[in-house]
Design a protein around this ligand. Structure first.
Ligand SMILES: [Zn+2]
Length: 203
């Protein structure tokens, strides 16, 4: 692409780094931003700056949060005996939307994936085990997507938890294999949490 402006070229290069955005789409988006009143685009860049500078991970569940302990963990009406293990913040949002789960979450930050070089040590599994050791947790629900990586991760954690006297369950698979949780409709996802099955039965 031949740009008439270095400023334009820089902006397009930055936007095209985003996933799924090629150079042409990036150019279209940048030109759109240029046509907007300047304060709109300033607001966008301010929101992004604030996001990267101020966002935190909840020190209990590792969910994305504005404060040290997220709203869910800090809510005294949530049941702290049940922990739902998910991959990332999108899954927390999807399950919260169902309004069917009143326990707490544990956000792993990904799934075990040897191909991508992600091992158990790159996830928050140790922190989950520490929580279990304290002894307040009675049930761990696995709610990872049913991909090979999701299944591998579930099984790895299941093995780590075997020595503790807690229940392990997995969400019922109304969700087709390979589907991501965030795309499941709320009713199906809500039902799959209520109708969860003992993890051993899913093996
Ligand atoms: Zn939290």
């Amino acid at each position: 692409m031949n740009f008439s402006s270095k400023l334009l070229e820089n902006a397009v290069n930055e936007v095209s780094q985003l996933p799924g955005i090629g150079k042409r789409t990036a150019l279209r988006l940048v030109l759109h931003l240029l046509k907007q009143p300047a304060n709109h685009t300033h607001q966008l860049s301010k929101a992004l700056n604030n996001l990267v500078d101020e966002i935190k991970l909840c020190k209990k569940c590792h969910n994305i949060s504005d404060v040290e302990v997220c709203e869910i963990c800090a809510n005294p009406s949530r049941n702290n005996e049940i922990i739902c293990v998910v991959e990332d913040v999108r899954d927390v949002m999807a399950i919260e939307n169902t309004a069917q789960f009143k326990g707490l979450y544990h956000v792993l930050g990904g799934k075990i994936s040897p191909i991508e070089g992600i091992g158990p040590q790159n996830l928050t599994i140790d922190s989950l085990i520490e929580k279990i050791k304290i002894g307040a947790v009675k049930e761990v629900i696995f709610a990872l997507s049913s991909t090979i990586e999701g299944d591998t991760t579930n099984f790895y954690i299941f093995k780590q938890l075997e020595k503790y006297t807690i229940k392990t369950s997995t969400i019922a698979r109304g969700i087709a294999v390979g589907d991501e949780l965030e795309y499941a409709d709320e009713v199906t996802l809500g039902r799959s949490i209520i109708n969860r099955i003992p993890f051993e039965n899913s093996l």
